[in-house]
Write a protein that binds this ligand. Structure first.
Ligand code: ADP
Length: 428
């Protein structure tokens, strides 16, 4: 098996323990291998400080006076020094002779005797157990290293196990979490607590989205039911009572209801697409131009429509379809409720462009202002009547504008009716 795959299939606890133990053991082993030279250096420097003093004074139990060939001048037996070692001492360098478990250290300097002849003052001392101490120390350190690594391993295993216990609790809870419930949040103020809180946030958002979707589907089904029922009832009556005049009447009404149905389905589709979170790339769209086109598209009417827009282009950041839908919906509502006048103004500013649609109809009472942009919300109940819509137009307007970081609001118009004010970010 691939070792990489094998490794990543082990539990987190196993991997953390192996890494921690391995690193601890390697570090201790490196220290152990350095230990002999460290111990030797400590031993030598201790002896050297004594010997340096003795050589400088030229007297002491360890001091020997020799001629430059190494022969004793102090009447004692010849020291255990080879000619090469004598030469080393004369040049001022120290001599270290390892010899079984111990070692011999010599320091020396050349001096002039009272009779003018050169002589060698040397001082030597035994480093007792020099090699033995090193071997023994190294062996004990190796044992201690293995023990400490084992301890590190056990401690890591236990602490990782206890740290991961909340994860296990969260996993068990998540596996059988009923709708609307949340994961247990650990009391410790650590990463796991943050993770549990983040997951709970996600669950809350999911529940909210599911609830929104449930409500939306219910409302949509409810809205679709009345035109479908009406078409069906009329068709059934026409089939039961075959009469050419009556059939034509039924067909006309079916056409009307079908138009309303397809309008509703179009709006539902746009909202469903918007809910999926896809946002088409924004492009510069001339709002003033779109307003003029929307007015030209209006079905025949006997209203006075005034447009106040600057001659220069007023570019908003959106897509053409979005701007068309927004302007069409507002103009259609205004024409539906206006008595005689609609006034549309395009007001550019530095960062945003305002679109204001006023009419002189009966307006919208302030208690409805907060809700007119909700889906399926209508001010007066005219559900199922061809004159009114499904309460999706303004919801669509609000969604299309807000998704571009714009804003929508409704006010009282100076003309006496309703004023809709849209703020779109300017394209820059
Ligand atoms: P609908 O398609 O049913 O008109 P909208 O979302 O466009 O739905 O409008 C929601 C409600 O707001 C409508 O039922 C209507 O009562 C009210 N409304 C919209 N525009 C105007 C307006 N210009 N004047 C008065 N009431 C309006």
């Amino acid at each position: 098996m691939n070792p990489r795959r094998w490794w990543f299939r082990r539990t987190l606890r196993f991997r953390i323990t192996v890494v921690a133990t391995g690193v601890a053991w390697l570090c201790l082993m490196a220290l152990t291998s350095l230990a002999p030279s460290l111990i030797a250096r400590v031993q030598i420097s201790a002896v050297d400080s004594e010997l340096t003093k003795a050589v400088a004074l030229g007297s002491g139990p360890s001091v020997r006076v020799l001629d430059t060939a190494g022969a004793p001048l102090d009447g004692l037996p010849a020291p255990d020094l080879t000619p090469a070692e004598v030469r080393t001492l004369k040049s001022g360098r120290p001599v270290l002779r390892e010899d079984g478990v111990s070692a011999m250290r010599w320091l020396g300097r050349v001096d002039t005797a009272p009779d003018g002849t050169p002589r060698l003052i040397a001082a030597g001392d035994t480093l007792v157990g020099y090699n033995g101490a090193n071997d023994l120390g190294t062996r004990w350190l190796a044992v201690a290293t293995a023990l400490v690594a084992l301890l590190v391993g056990i401690a890591t295993w236990l602490s990782v196990r206890s740290s991961l216990r909340p994860v296990e609790r969260m996993r068990v809870a998540a596996a059988q979490l009923p709708r609307g419930q949340r994961l247990p949040v650990p009391e410790s103020q650590d990463e796991l607590q943050a993770l549990a809180e983040a997951l709970n946030g996600l669950l809350a958002r999911r529940d909210e989205a599911t609830e929104r979707l449930r409500r939306f589907t219910g409302d949509a089904a409810h809205e679709l039911r009345s035109p479908v029922t009406s078409v069906r009832a009329q068709a059934e009556v026409a089939v039961a009572h075959p009469d050419p005049d009556f059939s034509l009447e039924v067909l006309e009404s079916v056409v009307e209801e079908s138009e309303r149905l397809s309008e509703l389905v179009d709006a539902l589709l746009i909202l469903a697409r918007a809910d999926s979170g896809e946002l088409p790339r924004a492009e510069p769209v001339d709002l003033a131009l779109q307003v003029h086109s929307a007015v030209d598209r209006m079905p025949p009417h006997d209203l006075l429509v005034q447009v106040a827009a600057p001659m220069s282009a007023c570019m908003v950041s959106a897509t053409r379809t979005e701007v068309e839908l927004v302007v069409d919906n507002l103009v259609r509502n205004a024409s539906r409720y206006a008595t005689s006048l609609i006034r549309i103004s395009v007001l550019p500013a530095v960062r945003e462009i305002r679109l204001v649609v006023d009419d002189d109809g009966h307006g919208i009472p302030p208690e409805h202002w907060a809700r007119v942009f909700d889906r399926f919300y209508r001010v007066e109940e005219h559900r199922g009547r061809a004159s009114g819509g499904f309460g999706l137009g303004l919801a669509l307007v609000a969604h299309l504008v807000r998704q571009r970081r714009g804003s929508v609001r409704v006010l009282d118009s100076p003309q006496g009716g309703a004023r809709f004010e849209i703020r779109w970010p300017a394209y820059r």
